[in-house]
Each structure stands twice: as structure tokens, then as C-alpha cells.
Design a protein around this ligand. Structure first.
Ligand SMILES: Cc1cc2nc3c(=O)[nH]c(=O)nc-3n(C[C@H](O)[C@H](O)[C@H](O)COP(=O)(O)OP(=O)(O)OC[C@H]3O[C@@H](n4cnc5c(N)ncnc54)[C@H](O)[C@@H]3O)c2cc1C
Length: 514
């Protein structure tokens, strides 16, 4: 007999929201990640909670509508994490891109011979629809501006004839939202007397009977299992790893994923920050692809690229070519910043968990999510394919309904009005940054931290701060030692491993000790 417990594989935004939705509906949930929580795309996104203006060109109306509704909800439910952001689109001409946009919209193969920049009218139509779909009235509607107007980003007047402004939202730390969802699930489970557990650096495999799950330390398939149980259902929420997870379980499947890699860089160039005037810019690169230039903490985040990717998502790193492409897009629109390679403080790269389709260009692959059941598996097994940060909550609702439906039950409750409670770490990160040591202590004690890099990259996000140093790593390591999470004899090795990863993955070179 299966035990009354649902197994979720993957601790990114979609695994975390599904866990909370199921606990809300009275289910026992165990969540397992082969690495740390929020180890995948969730931490490497553009950090926007948005409708996805450009999806309108691909006639993805229902996705844009759903995203805008969810944007409104997340602004209300997680105001400590999700904040309104005004974005400006520099337009170079009046009618540019009309034929191409109409072609994409109608699904016609109209491919312009050279890059055509989207003009005033195309953007106007898109923003009109966007405002209509948003309908919440909480955020200001579109407006048209001239370069040089006060309060407007100071873009190159030779490039932009006008700027369209519109409203969206930004999540500074999606990493924190994952933790906040799981902390809420844990709280709910305690209230309801449910069995809720999170296992990181752990791998789940199906035993030979095809029903029993064995949990072992990740990467150690010969170790004695930590736990053996028969789950009532399995949710594969492993993002770009969905196919890999099915192969390893094993559970035979056709190819589901067709990921593309997207890179960003962060700069602390002060002139760029001034030119942005606290707003974001949504511009186009030399090939017409959209590029965001966004205020983020003390710096500016620039991204992204969109390149088909076949390897292990763990190994995805921004290439010099991608960084040059993004730098060129910034220099085009904000030449006064004088941005150069030396201004890049760090970069990151993620693999979008997109559905496998035979699309002509990566940008044309749908961003809509799908639930795919593995019919041959002896345990009800569903894989989440695609999705965005923005629609994590609605996807969780859909997932919970589907999994409960498979078990002959219905979801009685949903999280549409349930606030996402803030934790003491959120308070420290946003309001009292000097209290970082107590934030680190709290995270180490309550937030499923195992390694030094978990704390640095995915609980406190020090890699996005100009203040990260070897001395700070040492202080964080001491906190892990005090909490019994790190053996004092391992401290130097832990700092070395963390420093190496910061360099190889993010291009961050920490100064040696003074
Ligand atoms: C460049 C880029 C920009 C983006 N920008 C935005 C944006 O601005 N706004 C927006 O709404 N969306 C954006 N997205 C999309 C969004 O980030 C992703 O759709 C979302 O984060 C996917 O979350 P996930 O939980 O499905 O997967 P992930 O966050 O990738 O998490 C998957 C987890 O599964 C774990 N895992 C892997 N294999 C296994 C296994 N066998 N067993 C257990 N665990 C396993 C991994 O360690 C990881 O923690 C962007 C994505 C990218 C890449």
C-alpha cells in the first residue's frame, strides 16, 4: 500500500510552491533536491514578475493574462519581496517591426532580412493590450515620453525618438521566495499535524519494484538508503533537469525539455545607476532580441541571452561572447555610462526549463507550462514542464488539483489570498543590512543550510553584493561551525570551495587576505 505521502523532486520555485499548495490541502509532503534549494533557474532569472510583453507577439494571450493576474497577487501577498517597477522602452521609429510582429502574431513565416527594431506603434499596441489585461489599476498605465524629460532614463537621444513607459514588478530575491514558501509549508504542516520534510543533497531512485522510493546522499548510489517509502505520487519539478530526473529514477519518457541558456551580468558602475534614475529599460540588442537593464540593489542587472543548451544545467556559465553582446546593447542605449568589461562585477547564467518543440528561433518557444504524466510509471508521476517565476503560484494550484484528482480527491483550498510570510532573514536583508550576522544565524538554524555556498549564494545572496570578501566568508563559516553545520577542521576547505565556485561560476575574484 502506498503511504499517504507525496514526493516532490526539485526545490526551485515550482517545487516549493507545489509543496505549500499540497500541505494547504492536507497532504503529507517530502521535498527532495539533489543539490541545495533554489539551485537552478530560479536563482538565475531576470528577477521580473511580469506579464511578458513580448509574448503578445506570439499570440500567447492567455499566458500574458494569467501572468498579469499573478503579478497583481504576488505584489499583494509578498510585498516584502515583490515591488512595482517602471520600465521604459526606447523607440527608434514609428512603424518599425509592424510586419514582422503581425507575421509572428498570425503564425506566418515572415522573416525580415535585417534586424527591424520595434517602433512606436507596435509597442503602443502591445502596451494597450498589456494595460487592458492587467486591469488591477494598482500600477500606473503606459505613458509616452521624450528623451531628456525629467525622471526619465537618460538614453541616447540619437537612438531613441521617444520612450514608452509601462509598469511591471521586480523580485529582488526569488531565492528568498522559495525559502518563504517552504517555511510557510512547514508552519502549516505543524498546525495541521502533517508530515513535511525537506532533504537537500539527496537523490531519489525507484527500487526494482517500480513503486518504492529510496533516498540516498546525492552522488552516492551505493550508500545505504536514508529513507525507503512508497509515495502516493511523485511530482518532478526539476526544471531543466526534468528529462535527466526521469532517466535516473528511472521512468521512461519521450524528450520533454528543450532548454535555452540565458546570461546576465551585474555592474556597480555608478554612472549607469544615475542614468537609469531608479527605473528599468527594456531595449533591443543588435539582433532585435530584448535586453533588460534593471536596477538591482546597489547595482544594475543586464540580461539576457537566449541560446539553445544541451549540457548539464549545472555547468552553464556566461561566455565572453554573451557578455560582449550585452555590453554592446547597454552602450547602444546608454553610451554616457561608458560601460566596459572591467565594470562587470559578476555574471550568472541559467537554463530555461522550456518545453521541447521544433521552433524556428528559441525566443519563439512557448513559455506556457504543461503537466506531463508518465503513464508507464507504477506510481502516479507528473513532470512540470516550463513555467515562469511569475506563474509559480497558479502552476502550484494546477499541480495540486491534478495530483489530488489522480488520487480521487479534490483541492478544497488554494493560496490565492494566502500571504507569503516574511522571515527574520528577509527583514535583515531589506531593512537592516547591518544585521547580516543574525540573518546568517537564523538561516543556518532554520533554512535547510548545509554548505557555506548555500548561505552565501542562496540564503543571503552575498554574491550580488560589492561587500563580499574572504573575511566575510570566514565569518559566515564560523556561524556554520557554531551551529554545528560545519566541522572546524573543514573551514579552510569550505572557504576554498566557495571561493573557487564564485570565480568559476560568477566571475567573482575575491581579494586575498590583507
Ligand atoms: C535566464 C532566465 C531568465 C528568466 N527570467 C524570468 C523572469 O524575469 N521572470 C519570470 O517569471 N521567469 C523567468 N525565468 C523563468 C524562471 O526562472 C523559471 O521558469 C523557474 O525558475 C523554474 O523553476 P523550477 O522550480 O521549475 O526549476 P529550477 O529553479 O531550475 O529548480 C530545479 C531544482 O531541481 C533540482 N534537481 C535537479 N535534478 C534533480 C533530481 N533528480 N532530483 C531532485 N532535485 C533535482 C535542482 O538542483 C534545482 O534546485 C527565467 C529563466 C531564465 C533561465
Amino acid at each position: 500500500m502506498p503511504e499517504n505521502r507525496i514526493l516532490i523532486l526539485g526545490g526551485g520555485i515550482n517545487g516549493a510552491t507545489a509543496a505549500r499548495e499540497l500541505v494547504l490541502n492536507g497532504q503529507n509532503v517530502w521535498l527532495v533536491d539533489t543539490a541545495d534549494l533554489t539551485f537552478g533557474a530560479t536563482a538565475y532569472s531576470s528577477r521580473l514578475i511580469h506579464g511578458g510583453l513580448r509574448y503578445l507577439e506570439f499570440a500567447e494571450f492567455s499566458l500574458v493574462k494569467e501572468s498579469l493576474v499573478e503579478r497583481g497577487r504576488l505584489l499583494k501577498l509578498a510585498p516584502h519581496l515583490v515591488k512595482p517597477l517602471r520600465l521604459f522602452i526606447p523607440v527608434r521609429n514609428s512603424w518599425g517591426g509592424f510586419t514582422a510582429a503581425a507575421g509572428k502574431f498570425l503564425g506566418l513565416p515572415i522573416a525580415p532580412k535585417k534586424t527591424v527594431h520595434r517602433g512606436l506603434r507596435v509597442v503602443q499596441v502591445g502596451l494597450w493590450l498589456y494595460d487592458r489585461y492587467a486591469r488591477t489599476g494598482d500600477l500606473p498605465a503606459r505613458s509616452l515620453h521624450r528623451p531628456g524629460e525629467s525622471g526619465v532614463p537618460r538614453v541616447n537621444p540619437n537612438l531613441a525618438r521617444r520612450l514608452w513607459a509601462y509598469s511591471d514588478a521586480q523580485i529582488t530575491f526569488p531565492e528568498r521566495m522559495v525559502i518563504d514558501f517552504l517555511a510557510d509549508a512547514r508552519r502549516l504542516a505543524a498546525e495541521k499535524g502533517l508530515d513535511f520534510r525537506v532533504f537537500t543533497y539527496t537523490e531519489a531512485r525507484l527500487a526494482a519494484d517500480g513503486r518504492t522510493i529510496e533516498l540516498r546522499p546525492a552522488g552516492n548510489s551505493t550508500a545505504e538508503p536514508i529513507e525507503v517509502f512508497e509515495p502516493a505520487a511523485i511530482i518532478n519539478a526539476t526544471g531543466a533537469w526534468v528529462d535527466d530526473t526521469l532517466r535516473r529514477l528511472p521512468a521512461p519518457s519521450r524528450q520533454l525539455m528543450g532548454g535555452t541558456k540565458g546570461s546576465h551580468f551585474l555592474t556597480f558602475n555608478p554612472r549607469l545607476g544615475e542614468l537609469l534614475a531608479g527605473h528599468g529599460i527594456y531595449t533591443e540588442a543588435s539582433d532585435g532580441r530584448p535586453v533588460f537593464i534593471l536596477p538591482l540593489l546597489e547595482g544594475t542587472l543586464v540580461g539576457t541571452t537566449d541560446i539553445p543548451f544541451r549540457g548539464d544545467p549545472r555547468a552553464a556559465v556566461a561566455s565572453e561572447e554573451e557578455l560582449s553582446y550585452l555590453l554592446a546593447a547597454v552602450s547602444d542605449v546608454l553610451p554616457d555610462a561608458g560601460l566596459s568589461r572591467g565594470d562587470i562585477a559578476m555574471h550568472y547564467c541559467g537554463v530555461r526549463p522550456l518545453p521541447f518543440v521544433d521552433a524556428r528561433t528559441p525566443a519563439a518557444i512557448t513559455r506556457r507550462h504543461q503537466l506531463v504524466w508518465s503513464d508507464e510509471c507504477r506510481v502516479p508521476l507528473v513532470s512540470l514542464v516550463g513555467g515562469k517565476l511569475t506563474t509559480c503560484r497558479s502552476l502550484a494550484e494546477e499541480t495540486a488539483a491534478a495530483v489530488l484528482g489522480k488520487r480521487g480527491m479534490t483541492a478544497e483550498l488554494n493560496s490565492r489570498d494566502r500571504p507569503i510570510p516574511r522571515t527574520p532573514v528577509d527583514d535583515c536583508l531589506f531593512e537592516e543590512p547591518t544585521a547580516w550576522a543574525s540573518a546568517a544565524q537564523w538561516a543556518a538554524e532554520h533554512e535547510w543550510v548545509t554548505r557555506l555556498e548555500d548561505l552565501v549564494e542562496r540564503r543571503l545572496m552575498w554574491h550580488l553584493s560589492p561587500g563580499l570578501s574572504r573575511a566575510r566568508l570566514s565569518e559566515l563559516a564560523d556561524i556554520l561551525i557554531q551551529q554545528g553545520r560545519l566541522d572546524a577542521r573543514e573551514k579552510a576547505a569550505a572557504i576554498e570551495r566557495c571561493t573557487n565556485r564564485l570565480q568559476s561560476h560568477f566571475g567573482i575574484v575575491l581579494n586575498p587576505e590583507p
